[in-house]
Design a protein around this ligand. Sequence first.
Ligand SMILES: [Zn+2]
Length: 482
Amino acid sequence: MIIMRKHHFLLSCIIAITAFTDGSQQHRNTEDVSDYFEQIRHDPSSLSAFLTAMPKGADLHHHFSGAIFGETYWNVLTESNGWMQPYTIEVDTAGALHKAPWIHFATLSRESRFDSLKQAFLRKASIKDYDPSAGPSDQHFFSTFSRFGAVARYDMKTGMQEFKQRALAENVSYIETMLGAPDTAIRLAAGPAWEKSITGASLSDSTTVFNTLDQVYAALLKAGIGNTAKKFCHHQDLLHQQAAIDDSVFMLRYQLHGNRNEQPLTVYRKLLIAFQAASMDSLIVGVNLVSPEDGVISMRDYSLHMLMFAHLHRHFPHIRYSLHAGELAAGMVRPELLRYHISQAVLIAGAQRIGHGVDIAHEAASIPLLEVMRERKVAVEINLSSNEFILHVKNDQHPILFYHSHKVPIVISTDDAGVLRTDLTEQYILLATRYPSIHYNDIKAIVRNSIVYSFLQPDLKERKLGQLDSAFIKFENQVMFH
Ligand SMILES: [Zn+2]
């Protein structure tokens, strides 16, 4: 007889599953787990236990420096004897040169203010004890990346180990994390003129933009831009550290990103290096574009950036990319500027996935766009905590059900655990509690999407999907028979 207990299903012994692997039994198990899930949906402890134990596939929207918790940064700075400016709570890595009032961690750690400075640091590094009167939440969020990126790069291995430990502890088996693309200073004689001709371009300027980008592309190649990507890929640290992370149950892969708030030729140059590196190294599975979407330059050059992706796609047709698009809410920009970001990312840039997509309902033709996303299987990466903190969009204001009802593939991601002091489990808890029309089978499909729509190579994707399906069989047996 099946006995469903509301609590402690996680705590008992491992059940042999061989007796329950036939299809009809498993189907009944899934149905019973689905019923059980509805019983516990609004019981916070049981729901948390359930979703912690549930296999969660992948976290596909994950920025390297934002996913590291402040405590880890603090440990790295302490152990490596980094620097702190105690009045501004700025930090720097060991080896940097600073004058007073900057102070070495070795000295600071002997002072009585060390613990209080750590707390102040954690507040800078994340939303811990966030005080809205101190400034806008989006600025607080985005400032963490420039503040801690150098420390994150200083000791990448520690960050990767943190990701892996957290992932294994909450049954996540794959992460795509975003790193800034490397850059190189190449001065092109015609650069200023080319830049002027494309700055602020609209879609109607696409012929000029493509002609100019053709010339920029050729000039950059002639100037040896390929060496930067080659050097990055052959830099043994990344590969070496990667080898220590991957195992039979967990994998980490990279997307390289450009910064949409830089000048046009800088954006293009970094994107080209990112595409080149992705074509050279199978650990780099995709390309992205980051930074606040409502920034002055990112708004001015949004269409130009989409044309850049279309141009690079011609040269690198096999390289996948996801684009942050529609990470905007009413009031952040003029209403007419909410009408086109997602559609251009899908239709002009040809993105395979969309990050956030929050302003979809403000698009000029949102329903046809949803149809296209459904047909082309363009997944949307939903980041509930992030959208709540940065955009103040949550509950019924969030378009997740709009996407779901139009059968656009959804994935759930963190963006980012360290800054938001969250994890993927909490994102699923928010999904379950805020959206009762999303049932257990929908959640299973969303989890599966995270592997299906990942940028993993096909053979690795198949292996991960097989592991995920087995993990769900085991999970459902454990839920039902404990
Ligand atoms: Zn993001």
